[in-house]
Design a protein around this ligand. Structure first.
Ligand code: ZN
Length: 342
């Protein structure tokens, strides 16, 4: 018997994390924290495409590669109240640093007046808005850090490689994990009573700590069940807005969108974010996910060596540049003192 059915299309695959986006307070302390203290590269200074009177900063590795990126909307003074960190949110973002570098980071952060909590095997601290971060040592991270990052400069052998993992806190573990494995296609790599670690599929295994093997940094999501005394999260200043996962291209994104629609998930149309395209949807625990394309990346409107040095606007806002710039507070980048924005 001849099988003349068309070849089954391969299911679309999430490659890694893409970025984490947070609502923060003031713009200058945010740049000082991410570009000055943590030494990430400000790879793009633009505006919130849905509200162009507000900055949108992208921080990342040397190229701003997918999974290295943290993005912020500094909304202080724009009528947005302080948020509440709690259930239904990403409650912790971990950055990967090279093995052996935590003592160096503890000195740097403490020296800058940041309260540091040593929670083996990571350092936890907060940004000026109250967002929770951690640094965790990870081997086998191929992402290239920004060699001129930080003020004072962070040596390359200490530098942050990108996002390591995010912690999603939900009221009920099972529905959120079932969604992540069954619909997003993530792989369960570790489970305890109240938390499950998941990885994007097809990722190579590398050593994360001395005791165990785990998938590579930049591919990991941890879903944890909230303590009963943890309040519900409320969006606002000092909270994560969403976490984005990467697909290869627009075709994979449309295939993923079709899969979500078929599963009955409410998902947005494809939105043009200039540096990638995006779709958004919520998982059962209330957390907002985005699926973003890996490209075209941050060099579409600035030279690779000049990323983050000018205020970039999407083409449809260029005509409004004077009005937009008038609404934005003046910013300097401590790691690149010749630059002032807008
Ligand atoms: Zn996003």
């Amino acid at each position: 018997m001849i099988d003349d059915s068309p070849a089954m299309a391969l299911p679309p695959v999430l490659q890694r994390l893409h970025h984490v986006t947070a609502t923060v307070a003031e713009a200058q302390p945010d740049v000082d924290f991410h570009a000055g203290l943590l030494g990430l590269r400000l790879v793009k200074a633009t505006v919130n495409f849905d509200n162009p009177g507000v900055y949108h900063f992208y921080y990342g590795d040397a190229e701003g590669s997918p999974s290295s990126i943290m993005t912020t909307f500094p909304y202080a003074g724009r009528g947005v109240r302080r948020g509440q960190v709690g259930a239904g949110q990403v409650t912790l973002t971990r950055y990967a640093v090279p093995p052996g570098s935590l003592p160096w980071w503890e000195n740097r952060l403490s020296g800058a007046g940041v309260d540091v909590e040593r929670t083996r095997p990571s350092l936890q601290f907060r940004d000026p808005s109250g967002l929770r971060y951690a640094l965790i040592e990870a081997d086998g991270d191929a992402r290239q850090p920004w060699a001129q990052g930080g003020a004072p400069v962070v040596p390359v052998d200490r530098a942050i490689r990108g996002v390591h993992s995010v912690v999603l806190t939900v009221r009920r573990l099972d529905p959120s994990v079932a969604f992540a494995t069954g619909i997003l296609g993530l792989t369960e790599v570790e489970r305890t009573a109240n938390r499950v670690v998941l990885a994007t599929p097809g990722t190579e295994v590398g050593r994360v700590g001395p005791e165990r093997d785990a998938p590579r940094p930049g591919t990991l999501l941890e879903i944890e069940e909230a303590d009963s005394n943890l309040p519900d999260g409320v969006n606002g200043l000092g909270t994560v807005h969403h976490v984005a996962l990467a697909v290869a291209d627009g075709e994979a994104q449309l295939a993923f969108r079709a899969r979500l629609v078929e599963a009955g998930v409410q998902v947005t149309d494809v939105r043009d974010r200039e540096y990638f395209t995006s779709i958004y949807f919520r998982e059962p625990g209330g957390i907002l996910y985005e699926i973003a394309t890996a490209g075209p990346g941050f060099a579409v409107d600035e030279a690779p060596e000049a990323l983050g040095r000018t205020l970039c606007l999407p083409s449809w806002e260029e005509a409004n540049r004077p009005e937009i710039e008038a609404q934005l507070s003046p910013i300097t980048n401590p790691a690149d003192p010749e630059i002032s924005l807008p």
